[in-house]
Ligand binder design. Structure first.
Ligand code: MRU
Length: 345
């Protein structure tokens, strides 16, 4: 199933809040609906948010009815500003919005019709490149996966979190395709259960052996020697190698360190924010307390109890064994090695 798909004149998004029980696409005809879908996690995962937002900018352009290119540019700027307010942590969102805006600016002087076409093509390219980057990452990462490995992952960094194939799950998929008999422990990932609802579903669809555990079981499973390595995705990686990812990742990294288990982070270049020195500068999203007080219609805490609900945490660089990227594998000292990552650009 595609996470997102352009259909002639609108975007289809697989509604991830309904998975795994209902496989339903929502239609996005304008960037406001798309922005709401990002906020509500109907589409989620750093690269997928970026790709979806790019289509949001294209939709804003396509919906412009006038013939004045300057007015169109103002519409595009407004859409970029609106979409930038949806979620703060994943840098892929801002990376994609900047890329769309730069494309529009580079074609200042083009007709309205041409600009609409150019922006839609750019959004499609962002999506296609994301999938290709993930496949490359898989090829690089496969060498790190021993035959028969038990792999623990947190949240969902799969096809659902990207334009296709996945980052952390992309590496696992590549190992599976290469004939390595890997099996996965998926943390359920409280409070929104991306691991239970999405990772378990995705891996089962592909026939990759998966065992679902609650977040609090991860350290015990490591202690029992069932985990050979951990692979997670990322929402933002800073110049020193600190990693923002789904809340709970930091605890998994600490447990991995305590048990001498390698901890890998798989991410495309669009997830690296080398403009920030350390993870302390990353804006961490705080979400609705109701997400912790219950799930769906089930109430699991006293109504009104005080809640703290950060959606992400920051894993310090010293806990990361290596980064698996679409440009190769990067090892410490990250302050030096990551500088080479974006050289090609
Ligand atoms: O809140 P979410 O579901 O958007 O959080 C997603 C994650 O934290 C993923 O691990 C991350 O975006 C990497 S996805 C390839």
């Amino acid at each position: 199933m595609d996470t997102l798909r352009w259909q002639e004149d609108h975007l289809l998004l697989l509604d991830q809040t309904k998975l795994p029980l209902v496989e339903e696409y929502i239609e996005c005809w304008d960037h406001h609906v798309l922005g709401e879908a990002i906020k509500k996690l109907r589409v989620r995962g750093a690269p997928a948010i970026g790709a979806a937002a790019a289509f949001g900018v294209a939709l804003a352009a396509l919906n412009y009815q006038g013939e004045d290119p300057q007015e169109l540019e103002a519409e595009i700027k407004q859409a970029v500003d609106d979409l930038a307010k949806t979620r703060p942590t994943a840098v892929n969102l801002f990376w994609a919005l900047k890329r769309m805006q730069a494309k529009a600016e580079a074609h200042r002087g083009a007709t309205v019709e041409d600009l609409k076409h150019i922006l839609l093509e750019e959004a499609k390219t962002i999506s296609e490149e994301d999938r290709a980057m993930n496949e490359r990452m898989g090829q690089f990462g496969v060498e790190l996966i021993p035959e028969g490995a038990g792999i623990l992952t947190h949240c969902n960094a799969g096809a659902l979190a990207t334009a296709g194939f996945g980052t952390a799950l992309g590496v696992i998929r590549a190992a599976h395709h290469a004939g390595k008999e890997v099996s996965v422990f998926a943390d359920e990932t409280r409070p929104l259960l991306q691991g239970a609802r999405l990772t378990a579903w995705e891996l089962m669809q592909d026939g990759i052996p998966v065992t679902l555990i609650t977040d609090s079981m991860a350290a015990y499973v490591m202690k029992q020697n069932l985990v050979d390595l951990v692979i997670v995705g990322a929402d933002r990686i800073t110049a020193n190698g600190d990693v923002a990812n789904k809340i709970g990742t930091y605890g998994v990294a600490l447990a991995a360190k305590a048990h001498g288990i390698p901890f890998y982070v798989a991410a495309p270049v669009s997830t690296f924010d080398l403009s920030l020195k350390t993870g302390a500068e990353i804006p961490i999203e705080e979400r609705d307390p109701e997400e912790v007080r219950g799930f769906g219609d089930a109430v699991t805490a006293p109504p009104g109890v005080h809640v703290y609900n950060p959606a992400f945490d920051v894993t310090p660089a010293e806990l990361v064994t290596a980064f698996i990227t679409d440009r190769g594998i990067f090892r410490p000292p990250y302050g030096e090695t990551l500088q080479g990552l974006l050289k090609e650009e």
